[in-house]
Write a protein that binds this ligand. Structure first.
Ligand code: BES
Ligand code: ZN
Length: 625
């Protein structure tokens, strides 16, 4: 009754004539994980004016929406989550307050904000502040950073931008933006936009993003950050103490960018810079335009993990220029990007290296596939999953990455590289600054590559869940060797540090193999290996103290499987420091397999979660439930 009353009052005073008899429930619809009505009234541009308050861990200010009326609707509906709306006005020079209603909150989608608009209204200004628990925001205090200064970063993808900006939070709507951000005077602010290269004296920074982008790519970071250039149009930002090491590690940026352009067409974003974040960052990288956010675990000193940068750079075309229309089309972002990542790495380090990366990628897909099958989550297994009613984050598995990349690798194998490269170029040219759905992509593919259905089962790849037999299969001597070494180590009666395969001699010591080879060695290690051999291995290679998160993760997984307890203290330390979901997730899943370890995992999680971003916390809570 109360709800009905408030609804009718709202409808009476906010909606005029034509909508008077409509119920609010008819107006508010969820489409593609958003309440927004972009097909009726859409934002073209936003101007942000925000103050960053580290003390209270809130952002406060106003977002000014420049809107475009598509039909005659007198409601402008935006997404919000955990935001306090203080006031809504219309107009540019002269602002007058307008009616609005913040509907009730949904735990995944947040709350729709319905603003009453007339067809001549062009500017809607929303005064608001965030909540300390706003999910996009990672607030780090002084003991979670290198510099001991506080740090803030945002993570928008998939639907978290609404938790720091009231916005139409759908990838199908592309907007431009500008921003003025006020931060404490000793800190630097950066965005996915034109950026300063040093601190100024008043702590007020201005930003512009002149190319239209989806809402999930709006990003902000604040900290004690310094800049180093790696070329005229590329550079790195990091916390000041290690910015020079970061610069060294990423010195291949200019070459990667050049090859990206050769493959996909002109780089349209102006500069390409990388910002290395603190350890809590939940992803390996995030492709915020002009400014990739990078996980510090990538900086290992030997450049062995820079394919993550190739990946984020590739998103400058696949994702940022041509964007998935809905989160069910996410494979078009990530599948393409992994494919291009491997092409960029092939250019840098050769074909065998790219095939090594392919092997690693495929393994991750196969392992996760089995996991979702066991959980009966078959809807996650096709390239295009069904995500209605779910958190789109649930669909962000290895499927769009691994299966997606191998779909494109298989196409390449079928039609040859020359045709493939022509297809890539034309695709990015045709769809630039637009979005694309799976169906539209398939029409395009079939039109461009006549007879593709005779070469491979496109529908099975995209809508099915089986692994197509007729697929690209990477095969490298390196990976085979590591598998054989693993078998030798676990099977042989005695164990020697020097091993032979076909008269080739290998020594089990760190420097003998690179990161991906060691990963393969640990992945393929039979779980029947004795604890004594584990001890011996650890003595030779010292896995416990190896500061390389990819290798550490594989080592810890092996240790959990064979119950090699001496690795557990190192694992606890790792889990208390690194917040990257890709590492946390498999470790916690593996620990959750036995009752004893699950209780232990809960204890570690409770002690560690302060170091994690909400994105990782949610995933791990789900595993340990
Ligand atoms: N766009 C993703 C990160 C992401 C995925 C954010 C899902 C939100 C939801 C990014 O480009 C990515 O794929 N990162 C990978 C690294 C990459 C080398 C596969 C990661 O985080 O591991
Ligand atoms: Zn990606």
């Amino acid at each position: 009754m109360k709800l009905f009353l408030s609804l009718s009052i709202f409808i009476l005073f906010a909606c005029q004539s034509s909508l008077e008899r409509q119920k609010l429930s008819d107006i508010i619809k969820v489409t593609n994980h958003s309440y927004s009505n972009v097909n009726q009234v859409r934002t073209k541009h936003i101007s942000l004016e925000l103050q960053v308050d580290f003390h209270n861990e809130v952002l406060k200010g106003v977002v000014r929406h420049e809107i475009e009326h598509v039909d005659g609707t007198n409601f402008f509906i935006l997404d919000t989550k955990n935001l306090a709306i203080l006031k809504v006005t219309k107009g540019k020079e002269n602002e007058t307050e307008v009616d609005y209603k913040l509907e009730k909150n949904d735990s995944v989608l947040g709350a729709p904000l319905i603003v009453s608009v007339g067809k001549n209204d062009k500017f809607i200004n929303i005064y608001y502040k965030t909540n300390p628990n706003s999910e996009a925001l990672g607030w780090l205090d002084s003991n979670q950073t290198m510099t001991k200064a506080p740090f803030l970063y945002t993570q928008g993808e998939a639907i978290l931008t609404r938790s720091w900006i009231p916005i139409q939070d759908v990838p199908s709507n592309k907007i431009t933006y500008d921003a003025t951000i006020e931060v404490p005077k000793d800190l630097l602010a950066l965005m996915s936009a034109t950026n300063p290269q040093s601190k100024n004296t008043d702590g007020k920074y201005h930003f512009n993003m002149l190319q239209p982008i989806p809402s999930y790519l709006i990003a902000l970071a604040v900290g004690d950050i310094s800049f180093r250039k790696t070329s005229n149009n590329t550079g790195v930002y990091a916390e000041t103490p290690w910015v020079d090491s970061v610069k060294n590690e990423l010195s291949d940026l200019p070459m990667m960018l050049k090859y990206g352009e050769k493959l996909c067409g002109k780089y349209v974003w102006g500069r390409y810079d990388v910002l290395v974040l603190p350890y809590s960052f939940p992803f390996g990288g995030m492709e915020n335009p002009r400014l990739t956010f990078l996980n510090p675990t990538v900086i290992v000193g030997d450049k062995s993990l820079i394919s993550v940068i190739a990946h984020e750079l590739a998103h400058s075309w696949s994702g940022n220029l041509v964007t998935n229309r809905t989160w069910e089309d996410f494979w078009l972002n990530e599948g393409w990007t992994v494919y291009l990542e491997h092409r960029i790495m092939e250019n840098l380090k050769g074909k065998e290296y790219a095939d090594v990366l392919s092997t690693i990628e495929w393994h991750e897909y196969i392992v996760e596939k089995a996991y979702y099958e066991k959980q009966n989550k078959h809807y996650l297994l096709p390239l295009k999953p069904t995500l209605t009613g779910l958190n789109p984050d649930d669909g962000m598995t290895s499927v769009p990455y691994g299966r997606g990349a191998f779909f494109f690798k298989t196409i390449e194998e079928k039609i040859g590289r020359v045709k493939m490269d022509a297809f890539i170029k034309k695709y990015f040219e045709k769809y630039r600054f637009r979005t694309i759905s799976t169906d539209e992509f398939l029409v395009y593919l079939r039109n461009e590559i006549k007879g593709i259905d005779k070469l491979m089962n496109i529908d099975e790849w995209v809508f099915g869940e089986k692994i197509p037999e007729d697929r690209f299969q990477p095969k490298t001597k390196k990976m085979d060797t590591m598998e054989n070494l693993a078998l030798l180590v676990s099977d042989s009666k005695s164990l020697s540090q020097i091993l032979f395969i076909n008269k080739n001699q290998y020594t089990l010591e760190r420097a003998e193999f690179d990161t991906q080879e060691w990963m393969q060695f640990l992945r393929k290690m039979p779980r029947s290996i004795s604890l004594k051999k584990m001890e011996q291995l650890n003595e030779w290679v010292d896995f416990n103290s190896w500061n390389n998160a990819e290798i550490q993760t594989e080592w810890f997984l092996l240790a959990i499987d064979v119950n090699y307890k001496p690795a557990f203290p190192a694992m606890e330390k790792f889990l208390g420091k690194v917040g990257r979901r890709k590492f946390l997730e498999p470790i916690y899943i593996r620990l959750a397999e036995t009752k004893e370890n699950k209780a232990y995992a809960r204890k570690i999680f409770n002690e560690s979660k302060n170091a994690y971003h909400s994105v990782s916390i949610e995933t791990i809570e789900d595993i340990l439930r």
